[in-house]
Design a protein around this ligand. Structure first.
Ligand code: ARG
Length: 475
C-alpha cells in the first residue's frame, strides 16, 4: 500500500516500487513510529482536529498494533512501501476509513525523523551501556595487573617499562570518552521534529511542545525546514560508532598481538577463542580480529551518509532514505560485537612473568640514566647523549644497562656513578613515575578508581534514558 495514489491514473511500476520500498529494513522503526503516532493523535485530539472518539479509537488501535508486532501477529506484507504505510494499513484494517484520520497535520517527512530519532536515542543509550560493561571488564583486569611490569612501546619498539594495569586502563579511558560523546550527542539531538509537517509546519492547531514532552524530548526544533532535512543527529551517531570502532579495533589488535606465540603475554579463554579446520593445534583470537575488522564497516557507513548529505537540496529528498541501512548496519554490528568482546576481555589470563622478562630488553631503561643525570644538574641534551653512549657500549658487549661497570658509566659522563643502578631496574623505573597520570602502581590504582567513578556517573543518565525509551515502546 502506498500513501499517495490520488493524483495518479496508474499504479507504480513494479521496478519503481522495488526501488523505493524500504519496509524490509525500516520495519525496525515500527515501535518508535507508533510512539510518535500516539503523541501525534494526542495533538490532534487537543487541537480538536479530530473527534475525541476517533482519537481514542486510534490510540487503542496503535496500542494493539504494538502488541501484535511484538508477538508477530502483525508484520509487513509485499505491498507495503515503508514502515509508515504498513502501520497505516494496520490502522485501517482495524478502524476502516477512520484509520486515515491520523494523517492530518503530519507528513512522512516529520514522521520519519521523529521515529528515527527515538530509535537512535534508544540505540545509542544501549551502546553506551554495553561500552560501559567493556570498560568495566578492562578496569577489572587492569586492577589485577597493576603490579605486572611490561615493556611499553612506541613505534612498536621497546620504549619504557610500564605497569600492565596502566596499559589496560588506557582503553577504558578512550571508551569513557565515547560514552561522554554519546551523552553530548543525546543533549543536542533530543529535540522533537514533530509538527514540522512536509517542511513548513502545519496550519492546524497542533501543539508541538506538548507532543515533544510526551515523547520525552527536551524541546522542539527551531525550524521545520531544517528539521525534515537534518540528519546531523544520524551523522554524529555514525561518527561516534566509527570512533568506538576505531578504539575497539586497537583493543583487538593488542589482544591479537599479546596472545601470539611470540608475545605469549596472554591466553584467551576457550569460550572466546576459535580453532582451525585444518590445523588441530590452532587457537585463534577471532573475537579480537572481528573487533579490529568491524571498524571498516562503521567508517564506511559514516562516509556513505556524509556523501549522501553533501550538496543535498532542502527540505526532504528521497536520498534521505539512504540514512537507514547505514545506521542499522553500524548499530547492529556494534551491538553484536560488544558482549563477546566484554567476555573475551573479562576471561583472558595475563602472564606477568613473561611480560616482566622482556620489560628491560631493548634498553628500555636508557631514559632512567638520562633522568638520573638531569637530577644531578646535567642538561638533558648532554644526559641523552651520555645515555645513548651507554646503550652503544652495551650493544657492543652484548649486555644490559644494569651490567655496566663504574668506569664504563663514568666514561659515558663524569657525573654518572654507580648510584644510577638503583634506577636501572624495571620495578624502580615504574615506581618512580608517580604523577597521577603516570605508570607507578599507586597512580594506576588511582586512575582506575577515578575511571570507575566516571563510569558510574554515566550509569545514571544511561539508565534514565533506557527506562524512558523502553517505557515508551513497550507493548
Ligand atoms: N521511507 C521514507 C524515508 O525513509 C519516508 C519518508 C518519505 N517521504 C516522502 N516524501 N516520500 O525517508
Amino acid at each position: 500500500m502506498t500513501l499517495w495514489g490520488g493524483r495518479f491514473t496508474q499504479s507504480p511500476s513494479d521496478s519503481l516500487f522495488a526501488l523505493s520500498r524500504s519496509v524490509q529494513f525500516d520495519w525496525r522503526l515500527a515501535p518508535y513510529d507508533i510512539a510518535g503516532s500516539i503523541a501525534h493523535v494526542g495533538a490532534l485530539k487537543r487541537g480538536e482536529i479530530i473527534p475525541p472518539k476517533t482519537a481514542d479509537a486510534l490510540i487503542n488501535a496503535l496500542r494493539e498494533l504494538q502488541v501484535e508486532i511484538s508477538d508477530g501477529r502483525f508484520a509487513p506484507v509485499e505491498s507495503d512501501e515503508d514502515v509508515h504505510s504498513a502501520l497505516e494499513r494496520g490502522l485501517k484494517s482495524k478502524l476502516g476509513d477512520e484509520g486515515g484520520a491520523i494523517r492530518a497535520g503530519r507528513s512522512r517527512n516529520d514522521q520519519v525523523v521523529t521515529a528515527f530519532k527515538l530509535y537512535l536515542i534508544d540505540a545509542m543509550s544501549t551502546i553506551a551501556s554495553e561500552i560501559s560493561k567493556v570498560a568495566t571488564a578492562l578496569l577489572d583486569q587492569a586492577e589485577k595487573c597493576v603490579e605486572h611490569i611490561a615493556p611499553g612501546f612506541t613505534h612498536l619498539q621497546h620504549a619504557q617499562p610500564i605497569s600492565f594495569g596502566h596499559e589496560l586502563a588506557k582503553h577504558a579511558v578512550s571508551l569513557e570518552r565515547d560514552i561522554d560523546r554519546i551523552n553530548d550527542w543525546m543533549k543536542r539531538s533530543n529535540l522533537s521534529p514533530l509538527g514540522s509537517g512536509a517542511l513548513a509546519g502545519s496550519s492546524l492547531p497542533l501543539s508541538p511542545e506538548v507532543s515533544a514532552r510526551e515523547l520525552g524530548f527536551s524541546g522542539v526544533v527551531r525550524n521545520s525546514i531544517d528539521a525534515v532535512s537534518d540528519r546531523d543527529f544520524v551523522a554524529e551517531a555514525l561518527f561516534i560508532i566509527a570512533m568506538i570502532g576505531v578504539h575497539i579495533s586497537r583493543i583487538g589488535e593488542e589482544w591479537t598481538l599479546w596472545t601470539s606465540t611470540e608475545f605469549g603475554w596472554a591466553t584467551i579463554d576457550d569460550e572466546f577463542a576459535t580453532g582451525s579446520s585444518i590445523m588441530p593445534q590452532k587457537k585463534n583470537a577471532d573475537v579480537a580480529e572481528l573487533a579490529r575488522g568491524k571498524a571498516g564497516r562503521a567508517i564506511g557507513n559514516l562516509t556513505s551518509l556524509l556523501t549522501t548529505m553533501k550538496g543535498l537540496p532542502f527540505a526532504y529528498n528521497r536520498d534521505l532514505q539512504e540514512d537507514k541501512e547505514a545506521t542499522f548496519s553500524s548499530v547492529e554490528s556494534l551491538l553484536l560485537l560488544l558482549p563477546p568482546l566484554e567476555g573475551m576481555i573479562a576471561t583472558t589470563t595475563f602472564h606477568g612473568e613473561v611480560m616482566k622478562k622482556s620489560a628491560p630488553l631493548g634498553f628500555s631503561l636508557a631514559t632512567e640514566i638520562a633522568d638520573y643525570l638531569v637530577r644531578k644538574g646535567v642538561t638533558f641534551a648532554h644526559a641523552h647523549e651520555a645515555a645513548g653512549h651507554c646503550v652503544k657500549i652495551c650493544e657492543k658487549a652484548n649486555k644490559e644497562l644494569g651490567e655496566l661497570t663504574d668506569s664504563e658509566l663514568r666514561g659515558a659522563h663524569p657525573d654518572l656513578d654507580g648510584g644510577v643502578k638503583e634506577f636501572l631496574t624495571v620495578d624502580g623505573a615504574v615506581a618512580s613515575r608517580t604523577a597521577p597520570l603516570g605508570t607507578a602502581p599507586s597512580s594506576v590504582r588511582q586512575q582506575i578508581t577515578l575511571l570507575r567513578e566516571d563510569l558510574s556517573k554515566h550509569g545514571n543518565w544511561i539508565s534514565r534514558e533506557r527506562t524512558r525509551i523502553s517505557g515508551m515502546i513497550a507493548p
